[in-house]
Design a protein around this ligand. Structure first.
Ligand SMILES: NC(=O)C1=CN([C@@H]2O[C@H](COP(=O)(O)OP(=O)(O)OC[C@H]3O[C@@H](n4cnc5c(N)ncnc54)[C@H](OP(=O)(O)O)[C@@H]3O)[C@@H](O)[C@H]2O)C=CC1
Ligand SMILES: O=C(O)[C@@H]1CCC=N1
Length: 278
């Protein structure tokens, strides 16, 4: 995170909702340099361990609104389904110059800005949970009220969590949500399914679990560190006529393999994102 931008912060960073994703972002910010005294967390059911961590770091949880100075940033990390109520509640916190960053799946910039004071600067984003260890990726789109300084501030906050992809076309957000927002769940499911499949061919379940976990983690790390494309890395594992080729004949079946299955899954997630916007 850019220290210069932090030095120019005119008020706190207010996180509204510290559940799974908001909590992951908090971990990322605390672990990667945002001074905790700049953080205010609004969360009715703050997990005990997170409350203790915030308290120890010097962040404030659930203060009266009257005790919150004009925020530099408000991050909306509540479920899209409660957005109407939460936006009405926090509207009074939005000061001139406050940047509002939403991470809510589906909820559009139009929807958010209509619930806020006229001219509010809004950045709609979709992060993912590897943000907790600074290895997330966030897709972001600004509304027309976000100026260069606001974009730099959003970028600094989001890049503390991993990579940031700015896009100009908000219509891509539901598809991006289906790929990188939900994507970690697909990868964790792969680890679960690989462990179960290993047990099914005779491995002790705990050994199968360790093999699957290390394989998924190591493959991800190799992809990042080598910079080699996924197809080449796959081919590097696949000896002609060997074991991998036998497995890939199943997984790459054009009708019932991984490709069409994942295609169906991502299309379903994209559609659900659109529905959550209404
Ligand atoms: N989880 C993920 O990987 C990702 C999630 N997102 C988005 O992040 C948002 C949060 O998702 P997720 O973290 O999974 O959900 P969670 O339910 O874990 O977190 C939301 C939190 O907000 C709390 N909350 C409810 N009402 C309020 C309120 N009025 N003020 C403050 N906090 C409130 C909830 O409490 P309670 O449980 O009591 O309702 C809950 O702890 C969603 O909009 C989702 O689309 C985006 C990308 C990835
Ligand atoms: O499942 C969801 O709706 C949220 C958005 C992306 C990841 N989790």
């Amino acid at each position: 995170m850019s220290a210069d931008i932090l030095k120019t912060l005119t008020g706190p960073v207010v996180l509204v909702g510290a559940g799974k994703m908001g909590g992951a972002m908090l971990e990322g910010w605390l672990g990667l340099g945002l001074p905790a005294e700049r953080l205010v967390v609004l969360e009715p059911n703050l997990a005990e361990n997170l409350a203790a961590r915030l308290g120890a770091a010097g962040a404030r949880a659930n203060p009266d609104f009257a005790d919150i100075p004009a925020p530099a940033v408000i991050v909306l990390a509540v479920k899209p389904q409660v957005a109407p109520v939460v936006l009405a509640t926090i509207r009074s916190l939005v000061a001139p110059g406050t940047l509002v960053v939403s991470i809510m799946a589906g909820r559009t910039i139009d929807f958010i800005q209509e619930a806020l004071p006229n001219g509010a600067a809004v950045v709609r984003t979709i992060p993912n949970t590897p943000a907790a260890i600074g290895q997330g990726i966030t897709v972001a789109v600004p509304n027309r009220h976000v100026e260069a300084a606001g974009r730099d501030l959003a970028h600094a906050l989001l890049s503390a969590l991993g990579s940031v992809e700015w896009i100009a076309d908000e219509a891509l957000m539901d598809a991006a949500t289906a790929v990188s927002g939900s994507g970690p769940a697909y990868v964790f499911l792969l680890a679960e399914a690989l462990a179960a499949a290993g047990a099914a061919v005779g491995l002790p379940a705990d050994l199968a679990g360790r093999l699957a976990r290390a394989t998924v983690a190591g493959s991800g790390a190799l992809m990042i560190q080598s910079g080699t494309d996924a197809a080449t890395l796959r081919e590097n594992v696949t000896s002609p006529g060997g074991t991998t080729a036998a497995a890939l004949a199943v997984l790459m079946d054009p009708a019932r393999g991984f490709g069409p299955l994942l295609g169906e899954a991502v299309a379903a997630a994209t559609q659900r994102g659109r529905e959550l916007g209404h």
